[in-house]
Design a protein around this ligand. Structure first.
Ligand SMILES: [Zn+2]
Length: 230
């Protein structure tokens, strides 16, 4: 095995990982659909989808560890005798097996997309229940529309969000690219990143606080489809 082969393999693994992420988003999307069409009842299919999400999260995590081990082992090889190349795959296998053995399934619950899945299901169940209550009362359509439009705007970019993420500490939403850019800029100046929403007391945002907001993303998309139609 040459180092070039290793580099090629790592990059195809990383694009596979991107596909896993997309797959997880799709499963979450289908699950939200299911909740919405079931009027807040928990469809048994949701459990299967959750198991699917967990499997994907596991695979994603294993790829991360594998890539990490390969990078570490190959960087060590570069400083050793050429013969070290021969034991490269054995070394990788050994270290990877060791790492995987130490992982626990409970940690999978912290995977960003697992959190996003559970959060989406919980919120759309709440939403469905709230809507069935609200159906009893008259709803002012105009008020509903203007309220949701406000929420579609990113507090940073001031335009409609594309990939909304929710801060699990203060529940504020931002466009993913904008907030990650702000966090990075602040952290590179050794400063804390405060929540850009006016009046929010959250003074320290970190990337790990952010979870993709699938429900909001769907609303923005359906709103966009409606406005395009009119
Ligand atoms: Zn906030």
């Amino acid at each position: 095995m040459s180092l070039n082969t290793v580099v090629g393999m790592l990059s195809s693994l990383q694009s596979f990982q991107t596909d896993i992420g997309t797959g997880m988003d799709i499963v979450t999307d289908v699950a939200i659909d299911l909740v919405e069409t079931q009027d807040g009842e928990v469809h048994p299919g949701i459990k299967d989808m959750e198991a699917m999400i967990l499997e994907c999260a596991k695979l994603d995590r294993e790829i991360n560890h594998f890539v990490d081990v390969v990078k570490q082992v190959t960087s060590e090889v570069a400083t050793q005798q050429p013969e070290a190349m021969f034991s490269l795959s054995d070394n990788v296998k050994e270290q990877f097996t060791e790492r995987i053995a130490r992982l626990s399934d409970t940690d999978l619950q912290k995977h960003q997309k697992v959190v996003a899945f559970k959060d989406s299901i919980k919120n759309s169940l709440n939403q469905a229940n709230r809507e069935s209550e609200e159906n009893m009362e008259e709803l002012d359509e105009d008020v509903v529309v203007s309220q949701s439009q406000v929420n579609f705007t990113c507090p940073l970019t001031q335009v409609e969000m594309v990939n909304p993420v929710k801060n699990k500490k203060c529940n504020h939403q931002y466009d993913e690219g904008a907030i990650l850019g702000l966090i990075k800029a602040k952290h590179s100046q050794k400063k804390k990143c405060r929540c850009p929403v006016v009046g929010c007391g959250n003074t320290d945002i970190n990337e790990s606080d952010l979870i993709p907001d699938q429900i909001l993303r769907r609303r923005i998309q359906s709103h966009k489809r409606q406005t395009n139609r009119t």
